[in-house]
Write a protein that binds this ligand. Structure first.
Ligand code: PLP
Length: 411
């Protein structure tokens, strides 16, 4: 008999069955058109987009070089852009960055997906920070890696915890392949990996023959010159590190233009994986970024951009000082977009979210960022989207919800 009902679930691959909705995107759907102060949105503020300049550049690129900019392009990316990225990497102290080591990607997110697929077999272990970036977690999950969380404190990854967990995994016969880290102004915690720990991390990678995936999406968005002097891991040990950077946070994420720098042999594999994914990133987007760099648009705006986010961060820290319930604490970022708040032990940040939304404010509960399922009493607060006034108002409303939930729990 012919089967008329198609069971699509039976057609799925192991990966197809593993795919799960991202907790933050689910929250965005939940918020829908509700008018709330969003301390949840982790995107750059649209106010920072150089709209007029980009409109001029885009028009010029299409008119004057449309026959190239609207065409397919090389998988590795546009030559002049690869050269510009190499120059950017040199300013960050990464000298080992020839064109053969760089692949332009459709956002860093694609870089994470490609490198995970190129190096990980199902069941391989990837060490990740507790908490870590949800997009990185998704890429590792899709590559069917097993993720083991490593504790962080105010100085980033706790080195002893990393050592212990690697040793334990290896003694259980598992294959530990890589460490995924966001060393600067981490998403979601805002924490920065301390200078001395950078060397220790590399020593551990050397000892255990691991690759480090260094996701440096927020490198340029520091609030003080001190914070700008931290050396990338890729500068310290280029042959152990795959380094990812992006134009999303300093120009516009809609351009989906980012890069991955890896030892030559791995970069060649990433290029092959990318060919199967999208042939090449948008040549038009890359051409716009090339012009933006040539005209100095990114460089010129960086000081203003840093001030923009620094002022918002200060407003959020100030509001937390004033309104946060006793027993809570939070990180003090020196750059980036995020603060991680930790409520008293036993508190459930997810359970209070609906009340917060009803009070006109949204945040992201922290648990999905913790691969070991911990973090129920944490939440991620982004200061990147709202004005300073809205941030203060939002934090006050949110803290009122937390304080009244605490009072009810006691009653
Ligand atoms: C740590 C981190 N890595 C990568 C990305 C992805 O950036 P892109 O827009 O380049 O894909 C983000 C975006 O939020 C991020 O926070």
């Amino acid at each position: 008999m012919l089967k008329t009902e198609i069971e699509y679930s039976e057609m799925l691959s192991v990966l197809g069955r593993r795919l799960q909705p991202n907790a933050i995107r689910k929250l965005t759907l939940l918020l829908g058109s509700k008018e709330v102060i969003s301390l949840a949105a982790g995107a750059p503020s649209f106010e920072t987009f150089p709209v007029e300049e980009l409109a001029d550049i885009a028009a010029r690129v299409i008119r004057e070089r449309g026959r190239f900019a609207l065409q397919y392009g090389p998988t590795r990316g546009q030559g002049p852009l690869v050269e510009s990225v190499a120059a950017i990497l040199r300013t960050r102290g990464i000298e080992s960055c020839s064109a053969s080591q760089i692949v332009m990607t459709t956002g860093s997110q694609q870089g994470l997906d490609l490198i995970a697929r190129v190096i990980l077999d199902p069941g391989d272990v990837a060490m990740v920070e507790l908490p870590s970036y949800i997009g990185g977690i998704i890429s590792l999950h899709n590559a069917q890696a097993e993720m083991i969380g490593v504790r962080q404190d105010d100085g980033g990854i706790v080195i002893n915890d990393l050592r212990e967990k690697i040793d334990r995994s290896r003694s259980e016969g598992r294959r530990v392949k890589c460490i995924y880290t966001i060393p600067n102004f981490q998403n979601p915690s805002g924490v920065t990996l301390a200078a001395e720990r950078r060397n220790e991390l590399i020593d551990i990678a050397d000892e255990h023959d691991l690759l480090i995936i260094e996701d440096d999406a927020y490198f340029d968005l520091y609030f003080s010159e001190d914070a700008s002097r931290l050396v990338p891991l890729a500068a310290l040990r280029p042959d152990r590190v795959v380094y990812l950077g992006t134009f999303s946070k300093v120009l516009a994420p809609g351009l989906r233009t980012a890069w991955l720098r890896a030892p030559q042999e791995l970069a060649a594999k990433v290029e092959l994986a990318k060919e199967g994914a999208d042939l090449s990133s948008s040549v038009l987007d890359q051409s716009i970024v090339i012009e933006a760099i040539r005209e100095g648009l990114i460089e010129r705006r960086l000081p203003e951009l840093r001030r923009f986010y620094q002022v918002r961060c200060a407003a959020m820290l100030d509001a937390l000082d004033r309104f946060a319930p006793a027993g809570s604490r939070w990180t003090k970022p020196t750059g980036g977009f995020f603060i991680l708040m930790e409520l008293a032990a036993g508190t459930d940040a997810t359970a209070m979210l609906m009340d917060a939304i009803d009070s006109g404010v949204a945040y992201v509960p922290g648990q999905p960022f913790f691969v070991d399922g911990s973090g129920a009493n944490t939440l991620r607060l982004a200061y990147s989207k709202e004005s300073t006034e809205a941030i203060a108002d939002g934090v006050e409303r949110m803290c009122r919800v937390f304080t009244s939930a605490k009072a009810q729990a006691k009653a």
